[in-house]
Design a protein around this ligand. Structure first.
Ligand SMILES: Cc1cc2nc3c(=O)[nH]c(=O)nc-3n(C[C@H](O)[C@H](O)[C@H](O)COP(=O)(O)OP(=O)(O)OC[C@H]3O[C@@H](n4cnc5c(N)ncnc54)[C@H](O)[C@@H]3O)c2cc1C
Ligand code: HEM
Length: 510
């Protein structure tokens, strides 16, 4: 592998069965691989490729990571005399050098009033964690459609990532967070935002949701409304990654219309149990969950229960546009006996329980959307820079630059708004957040998911392919979900305006 070849030597190997190429000063022997090449044998035998420097052609068709895959890296037999490798693979933890590839607070030479030393250290920790532990598994599981591997869940538990993903609060007390980078007392919404934004950089949406997406929305009702004995049992099991939980509100019958749910819970005559009957649909992680936080219709309203997998509970995987790694399920409850002690919040007071975590959930979804849009901007800038058509790079085409200008402006605007809302959250208690931020967060999530769809369309025009454009293709296919999750876009817009209407001073006139 350390052999050095001249261009003349390489040029002699230019035919079927004896085929070498140069890619970025590295010499590859493709003689045997040609028959296995996913792009076919003929392209490699082309007179401009076989025995020649194929760097430009290669990077116009492949992601750099192809050369890092061990079975392909082994094809390298040496290097080209007098040339130096130009393309540097990022090391785990590296920041992107592509303009707008990182939010300004992480870009050298820029400033921010929001982030302290512990935020910056957590970002570095998370970047390495995602690239070393999560990313390799995400790639494999996206291929085979299985749920995230247990070692990823265990490694996440070791640094208390599951607990941190629920945000600041009492559940962090006494825990060592990210090896001690941040104390439970100083952990705030900016720390949580960093975790959310670093995790979604993997670009595999189904896998991201498979990584305890259900816990992020299903455990808070237990933490906030469960009885102490129930919390003492469930919370440690879930935060240690030994058990899984999901939030089961939506049904085939009703999604936005929470009050219209049909799943019922009927109290037994002795008052000790409820009998649950009904179905739930689109439940993230439901297929592999041990616990279900379920909204049911009771005699005078809605009641939320913690239901354990057992007799009468069945889950079936639903096919969605993203990978089955998310474990999205259709659930049936048939005469499931649930102890009254498993009630979360008051009987018939379930609507409040359901609504209580919506602001947080929407802020998490919007924060992910903001960061994933940035990832798409970075992909498009890289692609536009390396793809040559009509003798020049795509970035030299004004029409491509016009698309990028809109994509970049949107992504910068939403990160700025996001950081403002996050700052308010850090300084407001729960009631203040509910009163003052429900509208802001609703509008913000609506705006994020609308801009996300525009960005998906623009990006698909810039890089409309699988393989090279796999991140963009995946994004375009899955981004419409965000408009629905945690409250449909239109419903949220309306909620924000209605909240504003309530607060217009009575004595105001034009
Ligand atoms: C991938 C995925 C994962 C999900 N994960 C979960 C989960 O883990 N747990 C869970 O409980 N649910 C989950 N859901 C369900 C999701 O919360 C619902 O899809 C969402 O609440 C919308 O409900 P619906 O699909 O029944 O749409 P509907 O309520 O039928 O609404 C359809 C459309 O009508 C419009 N609309 C309806 N009502 C109004 C109104 N009042 N004002 C203005 N416009 C309105 C909106 O445009 C809306 O998008 C998931 C969904 C998907 C796609
Ligand atoms: C070390 C050398 C090479 C390796 C390891 C390699 C590997 C691959 C792989 C893994 C793919 C599938 C990519 C995907 O779908 O993401 C692919 C596709 C392809 N390759 Fe290569 N390749 C090499 C060199 C070349 C060269 C020199 C050319 C020159 C033209 C070429 C042309 C193509 C084409 C046309 C495709 C199909 C692209 C598409 O469907 O979008 N490859 N190659």
């Amino acid at each position: 592998m350390s052999k050095v070849y001249s261009a003349e030597e390489v040029a002699k190997h230019n035919k079927e069965g004896d085929l070498w190429v140069i890619i970025d000063a590295k010499v590859f022997d493709l003689s045997k691989f040609a028959n296995l090449h996913p792009g076919g044998r003929t392209v490699l035998l082309d007179e401009d490729i076989a025995g020649k420097d194929a760097t430009t052609a290669f990077f116009g068709l492949h992601r750099h990571e192809v050369l890092l895959i061990p079975r392909y890296a082994r094809l390298q037999i040496g290097t080209l005399r007098g040339s130096k490798e130009q393309i540097m693979a990022p090391k785990p933890g590296d920041l992107s050098g592509v303009p707008y590839g990182e939010p300004t607070w992480m870009t050298p030479g820029f400033y921010s009033p929001y982030y302290k030393e512990s935020h910056r250290k957590l970002q570095v920790f998370m970047r390495k964690f995602v690239e070393e532990i999560v990313m390799p598994d995400a790639q494999d599981r996206e291929e085979d459609g299985k749920r995230p591997s247990s070692y990823v869940v265990e490694e996440s538990a070791k640094c208390n990532l599951h607990a941190m993903r629920l945000g600041p609060g009492k559940h962090l007390k006494g825990l060592t967070l990210a090896g001690g980078i941040v104390t439970p007392e100083e952990f705030d919404y900016f720390h949580e935002l960093i975790i959310t934004q670093e995790l979604c950089r993997i670009g595999f949406r189904g896998y991201s949701d498979g990584m305890q997406g259900g816990m992020v929305i299903g455990l808070p009702p237990v933490l906030n409304f469960g009885r102490p004995e129930l919390k003492a049992k469930i919370v440690p099991e879930v935060l240690s990654g030994k058990k899984f939980i999901c939030l089961a509100i939506s049904e085939a019958f009703a999604g936005s219309d929470v009050a219209g749910l049909k799943c019922t819970a009927t109290k037994t005559p002795d008052g000790k149990h409820f009998i649950v009957n009904g179905t739930k649909k689109w439940i993230t992680n439901g297929h592999f969950s041990d616990y279900f936080t379920v909204a049911c219709r009771t005699d005078k309203g809605l009641t939320v229960f913690l239901i354990e997998r057992g007799e009468g509970v069945e889950t079936k995987q639903i096919k969605t546009s993203y990978s089955s790694a998310a474990g999205t399920a259709f659930i049936t409850f048939e005469n499931v006996k649930v102890p009254v002690e498993n009630m979360l919040g008051p009987e018939n007071g379930g609507l409040l329980v359901v609504l209580s975590n919506f602001n947080h959930e929407r802020w998490v979804i919007a924060g992910s959307s903001a960061r994933t849009q940035r990832l798409i901007v970075e992909e498009c800038l890289k692609w536009g820079h390396q793809r040559y058509v009509f003798g020049k790079s795509l970035l030299e085409q004004p029409v491509i630059r016009a698309k990028l200008s809109k994509m970049i402006a949107r992504v910068e605007a939403i990160q700025g708004w996001l950081e403002n809302i996050t700052y308010q959250m850090c300084h407001m208690n729960y009631n203040e957040q509910s009163n003052k931020l429900a509208g802001q967060i609703a509008f913000f999530k609506m705006y994020c998911t609308q801009t996300a769809q525009l960005t998906a369309e623009d990006a698909t025009q810039v890089c409309p392919r699988t393989g090279m454009g796999r991140v963009i293709e995946h994004y375009h296919r899955t981004v419409p979900f965000d408009a629905l999750l945690g409250g449909a876009e239109d419903v949220l817009g309306d909620l924000g305006v209605r909240q504003a209407m309530r607060n217009i001073p009575k004595n105001t006139k034009l």
